[in-house]
Design a protein. Structure first.
Length: 459
């Protein structure tokens, strides 16, 4: 199929110009003024933005957690992502402690290969590092196209590895050209505070927040950064929430160290006052929502180049699942629905409110993730030879977020009634019209696994 997009305002991380784009097959073939191609489909993008397809590098689909599973699988989750302009996601494979990475890979392949509507890749979460797993890490990088490895400094007894294992993993990953990512919170401190609060009869959602104070994230972020410095391994901190953690990364720049940082839309938009509400369980996630001063610090961090990526940590649970913790905040499944609205939120809250530029918007929602995780220039930009992952975006259309209209498999929205300026109208995935007229035109299985290479951002 061929597509000709006419008169759009083409925006990348570095450029902003009016042009036509001609797509043939899966790739962009030509970009220029007044292109004279005969195409199967012509799209008039006058007064619209034409953006690279969004890349969300932090999602959890059909994930086992806290005695249940996240409510979006690969079909519903990637379809919802497409509706919002995100054409590729990177999901987390969870190694079972005592088992192999390859067994975990097979389990996630069974979940994804025939269900995904949009494109996807994997991070491999290493929860039990030893000599045999070290060999598998090398195989993942060299044979499977999985080049990023998630670690946890919390969730002791299930996902957490100790600092000794962390350092040894970093050494192997550095040698073979991969990247270590981390959930950076001090698990021992958090477990102690949770036990203390429960012993005192403090069971409401607000105590989820109070059991994970800012210091638990700031300390772990600094410790992870020091281990990266010692090993020389490139690293990436996921879902950063607070000023203290950001300052740990800022301090590392004084020794000429580069650490990649991701935050999420919820930490830029919501705050911990929501935990005081009767339905505060809706916003229970880890790390928790923070204070308004942390929102200010993160927005500034984006413009200062300290925060490179905005993801979602999309991990939805339905209200019935959230109710598992109605008498004990520690039993509330952690996570919330967010995959669908990331691009629109970042435009509305960021660009329209003059917090970030239009080029920065593209950078943090697509290009930097593609570069950090070895997908660039196939993904993350608009260029001849790149995958035709394109979003036609109406910058002036107003709409309201609601569970009644979203496409995520979740019966509530953490942003119910939120008014947004800017709407995804047409989404093209590898030259196929995925979203048009608010309908998805692709089916389960249309999404492809994207093998990845080394990071192409300077470290």
């Amino acid at each position: 199929m061929s597509i000709l997009i006419k008169n759009g305002r083409v925006v990348t991380a570095a450029e902003d110009f009016i042009a036509d784009i001609y797509v043939e097959g899966e790739e962009i073939v030509a970009i220029g003024k007044n292109l004279d191609y005969v195409a199967d489909k012509i799209i008039d993008a006058t007064d619209k933005l034409v953006l690279p397809g969004g890349i969300d590098p932090h999602v959890h689909l059909d994930m086992p957690f806290m005695g249940t599973y996240s409510s979006d699988d690969y079909e519903t989750g990637t379809r919802a992502a497409l509706h919002g302009g995100t054409t590729s996601v990177i999901e987390f494979i969870l190694q079972t402690q005592g088992d192999t990475l390859y067994n975990a890979l097979k389990e996630w392949q069974d979940k994804s290969l025939h269900k995904a509507v949009g494109d996807f890749s994997y991070h491999m979460a290493v929860t039990d590092f030893n000599d045999e797993v070290a060999k598998e890490v090398v195989q993942m990088i060299e044979e499977e196209g999985i080049t990023s490895f998630k670690t946890f400094m919390a969730y002791k007894g299930a996902l957490m590895i100790d600092d000794g294992q962390m350092v040894q993993l970093m050494k192997v990953v550095k040698k073979h050209g991969g990247l270590v990512t981390v959930h950076a919170t001090n698990g021992d401190m958090i477990d102690s505070l949770i036990s203390k609060n429960l012993a005192e009869g403090n069971t409401k959602p607000i105590y989820h927040y109070l059991s994970q104070p800012e210091v638990t994230e700031a300390e772990a972020s600094a410790r992870f950064t020091d281990m990266l410095y010692y090993t020389g391994c490139p690293g990436y901190i996921v879902h950063m929430t607070c000023e203290g953690a950001l300052n740990a990364v800022r301090k590392a720049t004084m020794r000429n160290q580069k650490v990649f940082v991701e935050t999420c839309t919820q930490y830029l938009m919501l705050d911990a006052s929501l935990y005081k509400l009767e339905d505060g369980a809706k916003w229970v996630m880890s790390p928790p929502l923070r204070e308004k001063k942390d929102q200010d610090a993160l927005w500034a961090g984006i413009n200062q180049g300290l925060v490179q990526v905005v993801g979602t940590d999309h991990c939805p649970f339905k209200l019935e699942q959230k109710a598992m913790g109605k008498d004990n905040f520690a039993k509330i499944p952690n996570g919330h629905p967010a995959i669908e609205h990331r691009m629109e939120f970042m435009y509305s809250e960021g660009v329209k409110k003059s917090k970030i530029s239009l080029n920065k918007f593209v950078e943090v929602t697509s290009t930097n993730a593609a570069k950090i995780f070895g997908m660039y220039p196939r993904k993350g930009t608009i260029a001849i030879g790149s995958d035709a992952d394109l979003v036609i975006f109406d910058p002036s259309k107003e709409h309201t977020i609601s569970a009644d209209t979203h496409h995520m498999n979740c019966d509530y929205s953490g942003y119910e009634g939120w008014k947004v300026i800017g709407k995804t109208e047409i989404v093209i995935l590898r030259g196929m019209v995925a979203i048009e007229d608010e309908k998805c035109h692709l089916k389960a299985g249309n999404g492809k696994f994207i093998p990845r290479g080394k990071t192409s951002l300077i470290i």
